[in-house]
Structure formats: C-alpha cells, structure tokens
Design a protein around this ligand. Sequence first.
Ligand SMILES: [Zn+2]
Length: 241
Amino acid sequence: MMSWRRWCARSVTVNGNSVRGCLRVAQSWDDGVVDDVRLTGLLRRYQATATFNLNPGLYQDHRSFGWRHGDREVWRLGRSELVDVYAGFEIANHSLTHPYLPDLSPEALDWEIRESRRLLQDWFQQPVRGFCYPFGGVSPTVKEAVRAAGHVYARVTDNQQSGFPPADPFEFGPFCRFDDPAFWTLYETAKAEQGMFCFWGHSYELIDEPLWADLEHKIAGISADPAADWVNLETLWPAAR
Ligand SMILES: [Zn+2]
C-alpha cells in the first residue's frame, strides 16, 4: 500500500494555495440496460470515469425487454450497440446470466464466471479485472472461483462502513448508493479518512428528471473538486498495476 500513501501525500494548487488532494472517486453501475446510454452520455460530459458490470449471456442482437421496475419497463441494450455505448469506460464481469452464484454446481459456477470474462474481453478488447457478484451472492467457493478466473477484485452490494482498502479485495463494498441522502457527508468523510470513495447503482433506478438532475449535480461537483480524481476501480488494486 506504499504507493497509495504516496499518492495521498500529493498536493494540488487551488487559487494559488496548496491544498491536499487526496480522494480517488469511482462509481460502479450494474446490469447494462438502455438507461446506460443516457448515463454514459452524462458521464462523458463531465469526463467522469465509471465501471459497468455486465452479463454478456443476456444480450440479444437488438434491445430486449428485461423486467419491470415499478411501473417502468427495463430494457437490455442490444449486443450490437454495446461497444459504442461503453466506449472509454471500464467493463467488469457480472457473470454470464446473473444467477445467485452460491447455488450453482462447481461446473456451472466456473462457466458463469470464466465464459463471461472471455466474452467481455473479446467484445470490448480490454482486460476484465473486476467482478461484481449478482444479487451480492458470495461464498468462499464463489470468491475462489472469481479469483482463479483472473479477476483482481470483486464488489459486493453491502455498503462498506469499514473504510478502504478492504481486508479482502474480493469483498469490496462501495461506500453508498448514488441516491444516498448522506452522499456528500460520506464523500467528505472518505476524503478525510480513506482517500477513496465509491458509489453504485443501476441506471434504471433513475426514474424521473429530479433524480437525473441530482445525479448530474453530484457528477459535476466531483469533477469540479480539485482534491478529487475519477478513477477506474481496477486501478485500485496492487495486482492490477
Ligand atoms: Zn445485477
């Protein structure tokens, strides 16, 4: 973790004054749905990085109905548009078809993890080093299969209260959801204490314009914060450097 401490000790200059710049900010979005088109557009406007956790076994050539979220239909993106929608963003593995992994046989578990990673790397032509457990489902067996398949970290869905880095890179918990009422308090606490902040969600949860406006306000605020830098999650783990 020495490189981490060195990074935190750097300073930035704001209005002629030296300020401690010490916050890496990451975001992690799940499931790869049509609402990601608007989300990635918003993020690009503010030069914000993000990690998208995808299930390559669930895409058809064209957009397809996924499920209902409240009174809205959630649609999956089409296979043919994925590379354009996510250009420039980190892609992470969310398993092939989004099952609850602890329930699978060893063979099915291995297939869900390895085949998914193989497809994602092939489609996006980038290394896939991150994993996100579907439904947050994890066990020692699942964790070992994810590690053995070549990933360097895995994200759970429980928000982490114990700081960063986590004791186990394969049980990395983000700090909060994008719409957490305590978002900015947690952000400032992370800046003072951990030097890293990660929030997560699903773009289909952005069900109205006030929610989109609130997210844009957050993205803009972080991009304008001279003490913060957007990072891809995969860069946070020593094994990936
Ligand atoms: Zn999911």
